[in-house]
Design a protein around this ligand. Structure first.
Ligand code: FA5
Length: 348
């Protein structure tokens, strides 16, 4: 076969190869295999040395034409493949600006915080100050200063997380009574405070007990404070928490830091006092402990108990929330399950 026919044949083969190429990389490989130094066309042209001088220009022209055509076909296909690749990339990276954005979930106040904030608002409105105590407390303030000396039997009532023999996680918010009393200047007016916060007990967690829970302590000390003041204050508190129609009753109880001491019940907010499953058919629900501040607590803080006296109360917002919302297990408050927590949306 003459060189001219060989060139024509190679061109046809190359065009078929180019047709079936699917990527720019393949095109470049084809370019090298035909036009490169060791390519097919180059090797055909090596046969020129055997061609007569008259034929050479003719074949030379044909070789140039084949090379030009091949280059043109290669470039055309390369351009098309590049365009297609770009198009694909653009399609893959398209941003649909009409798609709705992802919803950012808004947080909300935890139900226990809501209850505590409501109670804080009530007492702030009555001129109380809010005092925050420390969760890590000394044995001395947690027990002795609220009239529970070392060997007092009531100390067994409170199973305690001790850090050292003298330092513990407070078991109630009552140590804040002593800490506030000793710092209060009675010449400037009465002491009226509440103190919300976390407390800890070595209780085994179950439906109604948590090893960490909340309390709100309250205390009023001045001249001429009576049990009627305590009852009036707690009545307001019960109405705020459970509704305007609520009544309270006081039952005798015992706390070492108050004398007399009372347990406070609220008339059942579910049945209105008729008796139901919430109030265990009694019409009343126990909500807090309270009493008239024991003179020992005042004296240990340097307050003259013959002149000053008053009341204190302590309530557990966790149990209040359980009652108020019919929650059957205290642990729900601490598991952070959004399905549970989002039910308690603050109104307004
Ligand atoms: C006290 O802790 C007293 N300091 C309250 C007090 C203050 C009385 C001032 C008088 C004057 P008590 O141990 O009963 O009392 O606890 C108070 C409240 O904490 C209980 O009514 C209950 O609501 C809550 N409580 C107690 N233990 C747990 C627990 N393990 N888990 C959840 N709540 C608890």
């Amino acid at each position: 076969m003459g060189i001219e026919e060989q060139l024509t044949g190679v061109l046809a083969k190359a065009v078929t190869d180019i047709d079936s190429a699917e990527s720019v990389k393949e095109i470049e490989a084809i370019r090298v295999s035909y036009l490169g130094k060791k390519g097919e066309i180059t090797s055909i042209l090596k046969g020129m040395k055997d061609v007569s001088p008259q034929q050479r220009p003719v074949i030379g022209k044909k070789a140039n034409e084949v090379r030009d055509e091949l280059t043109a076909v290669l470039n055309q296909k390369k351009e098309r493949l590049e365009k297609e690749a770009l198009q694909k990339q653009l399609e893959a990276e398209t941003i649909d600006v009409t798609l709705p954005g992802r919803q950012v979930k808004k947080g909300q106040t935890h139900v226990l915080t809501q209850i505590m904030e409501d109670i804080e608002d009530l007492f702030l409105g009555m001129g109380y100050q809010i005092i925050e105590g420390n969760e890590v407390e000394s044995d001395y303030y947690n027990f002795e200063r609220v009239n529970l000396p070392q060997n007092h039997p009531a100390r067994d009532m409170q199973d305690t997380f001790y850090i050292t023999p003298d330092v513990l996680l407070r078991t109630h918010t009552s140590p804040i009574q002593a800490r506030t009393l000793e710092n209060h200047d009675f010449s400037k007016g009465p002491l009226k405070m509440i103190s919300p916060g976390k407390v800890y007990r070595r209780d085994t967690d179950d439906a109604t007990h948590s090893h960490q829970f909340h309390q709100i302590e309250g205390m009023v000390i001045d001249e001429n404070i009576t049990m009627a003041d305590l009852k009036g204050t707690l009545e307001l508190l019960a109405k705020k928490m459970f509704g305007e129609e609520r009544e309270i009753r006081l039952r005798p109880s015992y706390f070492p830091f108050t004398e007399p001491s009372v347990e406070v019940d609220v008339s059942c907010f579910k049945c209105g006092g008729e008796g139901c499953n919430v109030c265990k058919k009694t019409g009343w629900i126990e909500i807090l402990g309270a009493g008239m501040t024991h003179p020992n607590v005042l004296e240990m803080s340097g307050v003259d108990s013959s002149k000053y006296g008053g009341f204190a109360f302590g309530l557990g917002p966790d149990r209040i929330a359980m009652l108020k919302y019919g929650v059957d297990d205290i642990r729900h408050f601490y598991l952070n399950d959004q399905r549970f927590l989002t039910q308690f949306k603050r109104k307004g």
